[in-house]
Design a protein around this ligand. Structure first.
Ligand code: AMP
Ligand code: MG
Length: 491
């Protein structure tokens, strides 16, 4: 049996300045840890063949499959506000693209596959912990219905990587509708290569915004499209308590997918100022700052597109400002609509926004668990005697006062209690990838070569909205001594 990838590559046909051709660096003893079988099928790959030793060699970058055209993509980026004119794939190689079962073009990329011309001082490798973390969280995001890159496979390499200590090395196979970032545009903008910017924009429109082909002002429409998708994406993050952690422009995808799961985390108790990342000392990427940062990143994208807007610089800037001006409303509409659903409101009335804000304020003050408060509120919608939501509040009386107003408000709608509960449970997950669970999975894998906890967590998180009584403990917040206070990039 040979592994067949039905590659149809398009990015590697762009001009040479877009990438560096580089093959993955072979590793000692690849072993498959996890294959995402449903995703393999979605991509038109045979999961049984991928699970053979030959498959593991490909997924570890030891052999390059037929039809691949391996490249490291060039990009720049603002990291914590500081511009770096050249970053690029320093430890990832794009094997190629396939058209999936839905007709969507998908990149297949190996992350941790060895050095590239963009590695700077890095070793081009990834440690097992961050690979498992990305696998778990990206697949959890997918199950939550949030646009994201996916994880096709994780392999260990049989080699060690040196970080603070020697750690097992691993490779993640990442799947994305593309790996084009705000930083990809910045790479050409800083080089004043307008032809390349146009070429990239045309590629992006054809690939991600085909409805804009033939539009009167396609590049304006492209910026509008990215603004809309990013606004929607960040709203969805906030609605599940997700903190990306490193929203640099090189980690901001043009397709509107969540990309680059480094120090990301879901918050347990609700705190708008929450930061987990060890390197985010100023809280630039704190939970509630994310919409503002998304707009900041989009403004950097707009700057790159100005030469395509108009030869008249003033006019180009005015057009860009106009388009960026839509971000705020698109974000708020998506966020407020999402919140209304989370508290089980079917209609819109005056006072709803204040009612919801009062709940959030009380949650923050009372360190209520974000996920469980909304989930258990769904139970209370079905049965007013259910008091698990109340139990999330340090001062339960604060909840009672709010719940009285909420019951009054929901009574104005014709939906039955059962209908409301079902609608709320469909948007409020019970299972999220909690930090302490991820840490425990990583410890078991790295220290004891035990992947059973990883498998179990991935399985539970595949159905985040379903009560899974056998796994009830996975819904629990950490005990005080299990709390994870910091997350790391792990590069
Ligand atoms: P990230 O923090 O993962 O978004 O990475 C930022 C930049 O650093 C990208 O250009 C990466 O390719 C590069 N990078 C991160 N880790 C490594 C590594 N171990 N070796 C080489 N380059 C790396
Ligand atoms: Mg990155």
């Amino acid at each position: 049996m040979t592994v067949h990838f039905p590659f149809q590559n398009s990015y590697s046909a762009l001009p040479d300045s877009f990438f560096a051709r580089v093959a993955p660096t072979p590793v000692a003893a690849p072993r498959l840890i996890k294959l995402n079988r449903p995703l393999a099928v979605q991509l038109g790959l045979d999961p049984d063949v991928l699970e053979t030793p030959e498959g593991a060699e490909i997924l570890a970058g030891k052999t390059v499959p037929a039809g691949a055209d391996p490249i490291a993509m060039a990009y720049a980026g603002h990291q914590f506000g500081q511009f770096v004119p050249q970053l690029g794939d320093g430890r990832a190689v794009l094997l190629g693209e396939v058209i999936d079962k839905d007709g969507i073009r998908r990149d297949i990329q190996l992350k941790g596959s060895g050095p590239t011309p963009f590695s700077r001082r890095g070793d081009g490798r990834a440690a097992l912990g961050p690979v498992l973390r990305e696998y778990i969280v990206s697949e959890a995001m997918f199950a939550l219905g949030i646009p994201t890159t996916r994880s096709l496979a994780a392999v260990v390499t049989g080699e060690h990587v040196i970080r603070e200590t020697a750690l097992p090395g691993a490779v993640l196979t990442r799947v994305a509708s593309s790996h084009i970032r705000v930083g990809t545009f910045q790479f050409f903008a800083v080089r004043r290569d307008t032809d390349a910017i146009r070429r990239l924009a045309d590629h992006v429109i054809a690939r991600h915004y085909p409805e804009l082909l033939g539009a009167a002002r396609p590049y304006h429409a492209l910026l509008s499209g990215v603004v809309a998708r990013q606004a929607d994406l960040v709203a969805r993050w906030l609605l599940v308590g997700f903190i990306h952690g490193v929203m640099n422009t090189d980690n901001s995808s043009i397709s509107g997918e969540t990309i680059d799961y480094g120090p990301c985390a879901f918050m347990d108790s609700y705190n708008p100022a929450q930061v987990f990342s060890s390197i985010d000392e100023m809280g630039r990427y704190a939970y509630a700052n994310q919409p503002r940062i998304a707009l900041w990143n989009l403004t950097r994208l707009a700057e790159c597109l100005l030469p395509l807007f108009s030869d008249d610089q003033e006019k180009a800037v005015a057009d860009a400002q106009d388009i960026l001006g839509a971000f705020s409303e698109t974000f708020s509409d998506a966020y407020q609509a999402g919140l209304r659903k989370k508290v089980g409101l079917f209609t819109e009335r005056d006072g709803d926004d204040a009612l919801i804000q009062d709940l959030l304020d009380a949650m923050a003050k009372n360190q209520a668990d974000f996920t469980l408060t909304f989930r258990k509120l769904g139970d209370a919608a079905g049965n007013p005697a259910a008091d698990d939501a109340r139990a999330q509040f340090m001062d339960p009386a604060a909840f009672d006062e709010w719940a009285r107003r909420w019951h009054e408000r929901t009574a104005l709608e014709p939906q039955s209690a059962a209908e409301r509960q079902a609608a709320m449970h469909a948007v409020n997950p019970i299972f999220i990838p909690r930090n302490h669970r991820i840490e425990a999975v990583i410890q078991a894998a790295v220290n004891d070569n035990n992947y059973a906890p990883f498998e179990k967590l991935v399985k539970v998180l595949a159905k985040p909205f379903d009560d899974q009584p056998d796994y009830a403990a996975y819904a629990d917040p950490p005990l005080p001594d299990q709390r994870v206070l910091q997350t790391f990039c792990g590069t």
